[in-house]
Design a protein around this ligand. Structure first.
Ligand SMILES: C[S@@+](CC[C@H](N)C(=O)[O-])C[C@H]1O[C@@H](n2cnc3c(N)ncnc32)[C@H](O)[C@@H]1O
Length: 199
């Protein structure tokens, strides 16, 4: 038996701080989960295997097809993957956990970021949580400001980034579940991770 391979098959290649939430027992067994900008479902594998009610949306139809294919091959799956835009999430209802991992730095401007943030926040049940990972200018100064809240990072890409000011603004209707942490990746880009609870 290869225990490392078993752990990897169980959790997949999920965001480290999402795994941290699971290991700390912060995600209830019966949670309804929305993965906004789910891509190919990297963060979904554990939740699908555990039979969570999991909805993934993404702009990219080819990624949705791959995520749905992966899900169809897991017998416990209660997951649905569909094409959708964070700016206009058209399904009914709210969720115990909204995951938005590595997506919000594609915002075109501060207005665009806050528009997406409002749509995501609306989808969180009162008492539910939102998990975010995205590029960041908090606790680092790697990015050079370009325009509209976007920064050029040493990896050459221009992306939107969360700042202390934006973080303070979005925390207003939420309590802290896990404090923000910033990971600087080999001086090329920096990403922040945080989890908030809707009050
Ligand atoms: C870097 S990938 C991250 C995928 C996944 N969340 C993960 O952590 O592996 C960014 C994804 O966000 C999706 N995306 C970007 N803007 C979006 C939007 N407005 N609505 C839905 N998906 C979006 C892209 O199509 C892409 O699949």
């Amino acid at each position: 038996m290869n225990k490392i391979r078993d752990i990897n098959n169980y959790f997949g290649d999920m965001d480290l701080f999402l795994l941290d939430l699971i290991l700390k027992g912060k995600i209830p067994d019966n949670a309804r989960i929305l993965d906004a900008g789910c891509g190919e479902g990297r963060n979904a594998i554990y939740f699908i295997q555990e039979g969570y009610e999991y909805t993934g949306i993404d702009l990219d139809e080819s990624k949705i097809r791959l995520a749905q294919y992966m899900s169809n091959n897991i017998s416990t799956s209660k997951a649905t993957f569909k094409v959708g835009d964070i700016h206009q999430i058209d399904d009914q209802g709210t969720y115990d956990l909204v995951i938005c991992s590595r997506v919000l730095h594609f915002a075109e401007s501060g207005d665009d970021f806050f528009e997406m943030w409002s749509c995501l926040a609306e989808k969180v049940k009162p008492g539910g949580m939102i998990y975010i990972s995205m590029d960041s200018m908090i606790d680092n100064s790697l990015g050079k400001p370009v325009e509209n809240g976007r920064f050029e990072f040493p990896d050459g890409a221009v992306r939107f980034a969360i700042t202390e000011k934006i973080y303070a603004e979005i925390k207003k209707r939420f309590d802290l579940v896990e404090p923000l942490k910033t990971l600087v990746q080999n001086e090329t880009r920096a990403q922040s991770f945080f989890t908030l609870r809707k009050n």
